[in-house]
Design a protein around this ligand. Structure first.
Ligand code: C5P
Length: 205
């Protein structure tokens, strides 16, 4: 049972992927963390995230950073989005993700290109979307809860920039796989979104 969950940042795909893993008793890989770790490692190396060689050099060490709480920050998300445009970086992280997906018993992976590039043969593919406004509102609440001082507008601007970079890049752009089921979480609460995802996966298995 391989479940691919793709979608833009703050769409709810991480929450859905975690809930699916718990529900079906499968291991889960948040592939955004891999790109976030590469971005952070580039900075620790004093490199430039827009430089392909600097980003590739960071890939070998990124695994050691996966537990770093700093990876959850907005800054790390922005860095991840910059290093993820380099084809060499995507190639370097490919095997790690594919091996995780193909482990015995199955797995849940969430990211941008799981259903299109990493495991196109996955029987269950979800494409999770939500309006920029709904995503900005959620992210804002999260950040305010952590005591960060930000406006909804600046978060929405950042989401739009990130969406543009993720959907326009030449290599593995964010796009729904042809046989994916789209779940729009704009008007759903957490429980409704999870229930819709479980129902969609059940239909495919
Ligand atoms: O999902 P998350 O917000 O953690 O991803 C951070 C960034 O990493 C994304 O904006 C995207 O550019 C990149 N990414 C990617 N492919 C993936 C997962 C994340 O390009 N499978």
């Amino acid at each position: 049972m391989i479940i691919a969950v793709d979608g833009p940042t703050a769409s709810g795909k991480g929450t859905i992927a975690k809930a699916l893993a718990a529900h079906f008793g499968l291991p889960h890989l948040d592939t955004g963390l891999l790109y976030r770790a590469v971005g952070r490692q580039v900075m620790l190396n004093g490199g430039d995230p827009d430089n392909a060689a600097d980003a590739l050099a960071a890939c070998a060490f990124a695994e050691g950073l996966l537990d770093d709480p700093e990876l959850r920050s907005e800054a790390s998300g922005g860095l991840a989005s910059r290093v993820s445009v380099h084809p060499d970086v995507r190639r370097a992280l490919f095997e790690r993700q594919r091996n995780f997906a193909l482990q015995a018993g199955g797995a849940v992976l969430d990211g941008r290109d799981i259903g299109t590039v990493i495991v196109p043969e996955a029987p269950a593919k979800l494409f999770v979307i939500a309006s920029v406004e709904a995503r900005a509102e959620r992210r804002w609440k999260e950040m305010i809860g952590r005591g960060e001082d930000v406006s909804r507008e600046s978060i929405a601007d950042d989401l739009r920039r990130r969406d543009e970079r993720d959907t326009q890049r030449a290599q593995a752009p964010l796009v729904a796989a042809r046989d994916s089921v789209t779940i729009d979480t704009s008007l759903l609460n957490r429980e409704e979104a999870i229930a819709a995802a479980i129902a969609a996966v059940r239909q495919r298995h």
